[in-house]
Design a protein around this ligand. Structure first.
Ligand code: URA
Length: 432
């Protein structure tokens, strides 16, 4: 029988825990036998002292063992692929990547989360589609991936319950931003959901968890190592989150933009990330093709409409109306106008995310209701030229008053100068 105080003390002093000790601590906490105050102290000790690679793997494994797991690849008799993003502003990548990958004949089953704070959640975006059901049973989820080739659903409560408990505690004890804890949290959910190959999109920039490329690379390496130890293939894209991804930020607005992108009419940065992410997934799949061929197939299904057909089949399978005209539109649309001419040198992702939050597109606390129609459309992005009096962005608001309140924040997200900034690609690096 472990004594939690002894383990806290050892970690506080920089020591290492055995696999048996750490497993018992995590499972004891998940069963309610280790109280919150001891787990909080342990998390703070980890925050200061870190976990070794071996400890991080044991933590991940114990978190997985706290609940049920899905053998998606086994159930399909195919190699299933999955993706995950560490979260950002305007990140609707899964909504376009899923249909593209499915249209190329690779099963894509994903469990997603909700947004909190300035970052949006895929489930919230999907719920702006009238009728769409995000809650499927595990059996329904697997059956849909088998029959339709694609399902995106809410995380089952039975999958990695320890993560929910640990995350809630980390959230209120200032222990979220530790690389080992983040890596274990993300990878426990991905590994438990059963995909054999996983593409991780690690966002870097002011709108992301990881503010610098160095920190993002550290997280990427920790997650790749966890995948390797679990026998799964993992590729990490390090991607730009210094400005919002694409133009649309806000739930229904992002669905609209994802559909435009699946039709081949999306914004350049988002299109690039979608095609690159899709190609990485296809190259890891059981199609047995290289990256170049994978990219070409992703482009083909966008061009010939197969990806759009896959999107429509998927949305209908989950009870939704795939037509973009069914999406709710905000009653008040107001432009944010450039006061001077110049090139956009900065478009702060965090500023835009917070403005969208203030319009009602996100939630400050878990209990908040989301307004699916509202948000921000960034008509001009970094590097674009604008003339004085032209619109930089559009606010989609519930009322004129809430639009007025968000106006200064979005205007303040933009910086203009005479000279164009150096180009910065959306995919900064690929780590394997
Ligand atoms: N996303 C997660 O799922 N977990 C973390 O700890 C951080 C981001």
């Amino acid at each position: 029988m472990i004594r939690p105080a002894e383990l806290i003390e050892r970690k506080r002093d920089g020591g290492e825990l055995s696999a048996a000790e750490l497993t018992e601590l995590v499972l004891g906490f998940a069963r309610g036998e280790v109280p919150d105050y001891q787990m909080a102290a342990f998390l703070m000790a980890v925050h200061f002292r870190g976990l070794s690679a071996a400890e991080t793997f044991v933590l991940t494994d114990a978190m997985i063992a706290s609940g049920e797991t899905i053998d998606l690849s086994g159930a399909l008799g195919r190699k299933a692929v999955d993706k995950h993003s560490t979260g950002g502003v305007g990140d609707k990548t899964s909504l376009a990547v899923g249909p593209i990958v499915a249209a190329c004949g690779v099963p894509f089953g994903k469990m997603s989360g909700r947004g909190l704070g300035h970052t949006g959640g895929t489930l919230d975006k999907l719920e702006s589609i009238p009728g769409f059901r995000v809650e499927l049973t595990t059996e329904e989820f697997v059956a849909q991936v088998r029959q339709v080739g694609l399902a995106i659903v809410g995380q089952s409560a039975d999958l990695v319950p320890a993560d929910k408990q640990l995350y809630a505690l980390r959230d209120v004890t200032a222990t979220v931003d530790n690389v080992s804890l983040i890596a274990a949290s993300i990878m426990s959910k991905k590994l438990a959901a059963g995909a054999e190959a996983i593409v991780l999109d690690v966002k870097v920039g002011d709108g992301a968890f990881m503010k610098t490329e160095v920190a993002a690379r550290e997280l990427a390496n920790a997650m790749i190592e966890l995948g390797r130890r679990a026998g799964r293939e993992v590729v990490c894209l390090l991607t730009d989150m210094d400005q919002p991804l694409g133009r649309a930020v806000g739930n229904a607005l992002e669905i609209r933009e994802a559909v435009e992108t699946i039709r081949g009419q999306g914004p350049p940065d988002f299109t690039e990330l979608v095609l690159d992410g899709s190609a990485q997934l296809l190259a890891l799949s059981d199609l047995g093709i290289g990256l170049e061929e994978a990219r070409s197939r992703a482009e083909t299904v966008v061009r010939d409409g197969t990806a759009l057909a896959a999107y429509e089949r998927w949305i209908e399978a989950q009870g939704g109306d795939p037509s973009v005209s069914a999406l709710e539109q905000a009653p008040a649309v107001r432009p944010v106008v450039a006061e001077r001419a110049g090139f956009v040198t900065r478009l702060g992702a965090l500023d835009v995310g917070l403005a969208a939050l203030s319009l009602g597109a996100g939630r400050r606390t878990k209990a908040d209701e989301i307004d699916h129609a509202v948000g921000v459309v960034c008509l001009r992005k970094r590097g674009d030229r604008v003339e004085a009096g032209e619109a930089l962005a559009e606010l989609h608001a519930r009322s004129e008053e809430s639009a007025s309140a968000a106006l200064a924040a979005v205007a303040g997200a933009y910086e203009l100068a005479e000279e164009a900034p150096p180009p910065r690609p959306v995919v900064l690096d690929v780590v394997r």
